[in-house]
Design a protein around this ligand. Sequence first.
Ligand code: DAH
Length: 340
Amino acid sequence: MKEKIAQIEQLLVTELAGCENLQALDALRVKVLGKKGELTALLRGMGQLSPEERPAAGQMINEAREKFTGLLEEKQALLKKQEQEAALKRETIDVTQPAAMPKAGSVHPMTLVLNEVVDCFTGMGFEVVEGPEVELDHYNFELMNIPKNHPARDAQDTFYVDDNIVLRTHTSPVQARTMLTRKPPIRVICPGRVYRADEMDATHSPVFHQMEGLVIDKDVTMADLRGTLNAFAERLYGKGITTRFRPSFFPFTEPSAEVDLTCVNCHGKGCRVCKGTGWIEVLGCGMVNPHVLEMCGIDPNEYSGFAFGIGIERITMQRYGIPDLRLLFEGDVRFLGQFR
Ligand code: DAH
């Protein structure tokens, strides 16, 4: 019996030395002390001993069990400590390492330009007002003196919500809303989104942005309009910028003009942005049609005014030499990140 116990102890000590982790240690514990383990087998074999021999043998086995358990626990404590130390080493955080910087966003070029334009006009005493994008036909067309059979009403250009409601095709209806709710003198700008059933290409998009301007007062003339727009062009593009007024027609102004700026993308040589002309049409303008004043409750014998509508995409492209309108709508961070 003594010999057998010594053999088991020998085996335990050898295998303990080779134990590298807690799983291996547990397997060893089962092999020696488990139900089918070697020491338990000795205990079972006690039945074959004589009654006189049994107490001494039992005591030996129990002592051995205690000793082995102690050895196993000692090793277990050691392995646990080692594993903990390894984990600590593995999961160490280097607090001196510089942090990965969060990506900073940037202001959209359209917003940058719009802010500049708004600053320019508020500096001249204009106030910003806004109107709804889903608009009544009455304001979008009727009060803007666009009669029922006018081509601008063609279903091809206008997104109709129903017979009386449209997605506004321009910011001009805000003129009517303003004249109907304020008394002259009026000096407002109205930036916002507008919609037209257009194809998307380098210069067209079904959604785009305009900024309306409206001035109503006594003795307002076309010279005031030109002076205001020249001040705007110089402020935005620098001194000596060339503008070109061309006679035009809009139902809500009389007389009307279209204003072009030299194309900064090609400096007047002609390119895709300016369709080869060297000029970019950036706004329409004119003296408010007396009939519009009348419909909006303002006496045309007492007051006159001018209005203009600026395409924000156009002047943004102009300002930064952006060759394709679609870049403004795609939200590609490689493009947007360039404007800071
Ligand atoms: N509403 C016009 C458009 O969308 C632009 C415009 C032209 C606005 C002349 C005006 C104006 O206020 O006087 O094309």
